[in-house]
Ligand binder design. Structure first.
Ligand code: FPP
Ligand code: MG
Length: 311
């Protein structure tokens, strides 16, 4: 698309703020040496997509910079906490191009370190006396926990409906994107309807982001028993009962069969990509409430880039 910003160019718009966020994330607290070790291992890594989103919305709305950086740090730290727990649940081996914390320190320490990062985030909010932010984040974390639990309970469940899947994706991933946008709005001089539009930008971007993740992770998700949209659409498209039974059985055995690959390539992958694109377009449309700026352009392009990401 002509004139589209690249990911590095979008990051460049708030590069100084992102560097401050990263430095803040890596500050050792001394609460327990192992928490500092886990945090040093994982805390400064990743794409920092949620922090980037928050900082861009804040700039687009003319928010005070110090508050935006503080909230972006908190959102990223909560994200890391959720990943520490997620990797225990998923028995993941790697995270952010390094060994997962559960591999290095074991499940128990990984869970406690996640609890610590989550608590540290709320302590920071308490210290800043930021009740609005606390309310937005506490309710966001509740939704994330409920959705992660739902996902767990539907592991290996091929009767999962598309609506149930989208509810899980919305809760576990899109919530924190929505929260990031809403937090930036809360420290800006915007109306209630503008804040709601920004929240919906984040929410729809987040859904598209997770759909893209599910397209990247098909093989790994099959091993974990995770039923994601490409797999649901593939199963839905099989009319031959015997073939469906065969594929369900291979999935139950965590096997990615050639037959499933053929069916995925025959339409399920394309349909998932198209749906993700629709969510990106909904997200972008919500940005119309913002005055034109390079930050608004960055937000629009960032959502679209989620679709072509490779990690
Ligand atoms: C990644 O999904 C996981 C999440 C976005 C959230 C998981 C949330 C929890 C486990 C609840 C704990 C939450 C807090 C705040 C402590 P994925 O497994 O599909 O993606 P992946 O490929 O990155 O692992
Ligand atoms: Mg996972």
């Amino acid at each position: 698309m002509p004139g589209m910003l690249e990911f590095t160019q979008i990051r460049e718009l708030v590069a100084g703020d992102l560097a401050t966020v990263k430095a803040a994330l890596l500050v050792a607290t001394g609460a327990h040496p192992v928490f500092d070790e886990v945090n040093a291992h994982l805390g400064g890594g990743g794409k920092q997509m949620r922090a980037l989103l928050l900082l861009l919305v804040a700039r687009a709305c003319g928010a005070e910079n110090g508050a935006a950086v503080r909230l972006a740090t908190i959102v990223e730290r909560i994200h890391t906490a959720s990943l520490l727990h997620d990797d225990v649940i998923d028995e993941a081996k790697e995270r952010r191009n390094v060994e997962a914390a559960n591999v290095v320190w074991g499940n128990k320490v990984a869970i406690l370190a996640g609890d610590y990062l989550l608590t540290q985030s709320f302590c920071d909010l308490l210290q800043a006396g930021d009740k609005d932010a606390m309310r937005i984040l506490a309710s966001g974390v509740e939704q994330i926990l409920a959705a992660a639990t739902d996902e767990l309970q539907h592991n290996g469940d091929f009767t999962l409906t598309r609506e149930q899947y989208l509810d899980i994706v919305t809760g576990k991933t899109a919530t924190l994107f929505a929260v990031a946008a809403e937090l930036a709005a809360a420290i800006s001089d915007v109306t209630v309807s503008e804040s709601e539009a920004l929240r919906l930008y984040g929410l729809n971007f987040g859904i598209a982001f997770q759909l893209a993740d599910d397209l990247l992770d098909i093989a790994a998700d099959i091993v974990e028993g995770k039923i994601t949209l490409p797999i649901l659409l593939a199963l839905d498209s099989i009319t031959d009962i015997e073939l469906r039974q065969h594929i369900t059985q291979t999935l139950n055995e965590s096997v990615f069969s050639d037959e499933l690959l053929t069916i995925l390539n025959a339409g399920a992958i394309t349909r998932t990509q198209l749906l993700a694109k629709e969510y990106v377009e909904i997200a972008q449309a919500h940005l119309d409430i913002l005055p034109p700026s390079i930050y608004r352009d960055g937000l629009a392009d960032l959502a679209l880039l989620a679709l072509t990401r490779k990690n």
